[in-house]
Design a protein around this ligand. Structure first.
Ligand SMILES: C[S@@+](CC[C@H](N)C(=O)[O-])C[C@H]1O[C@@H](n2cnc3c(N)ncnc32)[C@H](O)[C@@H]1O
Length: 220
């Protein structure tokens, strides 16, 4: 993966950032073994911080894999907080149930198999924190669907706004107003997402260049 900060800065941020506990270490080893794209410890620590700052009671994820990001969120949430995991792939979701059960967290998690956008329609708000980490071409649709279900002061965090199936360098000229939109579904999905959240009334967005890049959108 190309870098947006130099390698030593990235190593520094990693070294002084949050550590994996036993469950996260086992999940990361599983991800390595299966070449699965988890959000990683630095971005995971940011998720945990937002969940803790909100003392989050209700959290929703679009695209949970086997629960690595959900486990970071759970670590920051209120003791009685609950998270909804969504995942298309049954085996990944079952593995997530296994990991979270071993960590003693399964009773705070609801595991929903299927299309995250369809599942989101079945849930009422308010949510304190939402993670968007599924198909980039549908990030903007996910935001439109969830925005009114977000609590005041609630946060939507989208992963992969810099990297992950696309490279932000290809969209740089376009976002600076001096070039074409790249002809790539993922890059277009991310640019459309950022345009959507930045123009949403009553929401404030900042991009944090950690991991593959997080866009943090707060409902004012
Ligand atoms: C990048 S991974 C998620 C990683 C996870 N958030 C983490 O960091 O541990 C994206 C996941 O989204 C799932 N996915 C893709 N489209 C989906 C959809 N429409 N509904 C639910 N899950 C979806 C994929 O199967 C994949 O497991």
């Amino acid at each position: 993966m190309p870098r947006y900060i130099d390698e030593s800065a990235e190593r520094y941020v990693r070294a002084v950032g949050p550590d994996h506990d036993e469950t996260h270490a086992a999940m990361a080893a599983f991800a390595d073994e299966h070449d699965f794209p988890i959000i990683g410890p630095v971005a995971g620590g940011v998720l945990r911080s937002y969940a803790a700052a909100r003392r989050a009671e209700r959290v929703f994820e679009f695209g949970s894999g086997f629960g690595y990001s959900a486990y970071w969120l759970l670590q920051g949430m209120a003791d009685d907080g609950e998270i909804v995991l969504t995942e298309l792939d049954a085996e990944e979701l079952e593995k997530g149930e296994e990991f979270l059960a071993d960590a003693g967290e399964a009773d705070r998690a609801t595991f929903e198999r299927g299309d995250a956008l369809e599942i989101a329609q079945e849930y009422d708000g308010p949510f304190d924190v939402v993670l968007i980490d599924h198909q980039k071409s549908r990030y903007a649709d996910a935001f439109e669907l969830i925005r009114e279900k977000l609590a005041p002061g609630g946060v939507v965090i989208a992963d992969n706004v810099l990297y992950g199936g696309h490279d932000y360098h290809d969209s740089l000229a376009y976002v600076e107003g001096d070039g074409e939109l790249p002809d790539d579904e993922n890059a277009r999905g991310i640019v459309r997402y950022l345009e959507t959240v930045r123009s949403a009334d009553g929401f404030q967005t900042s991009v944090i260049p950690v991991g593959s890049g997080l866009a943090v959108t707060v409902r004012a």
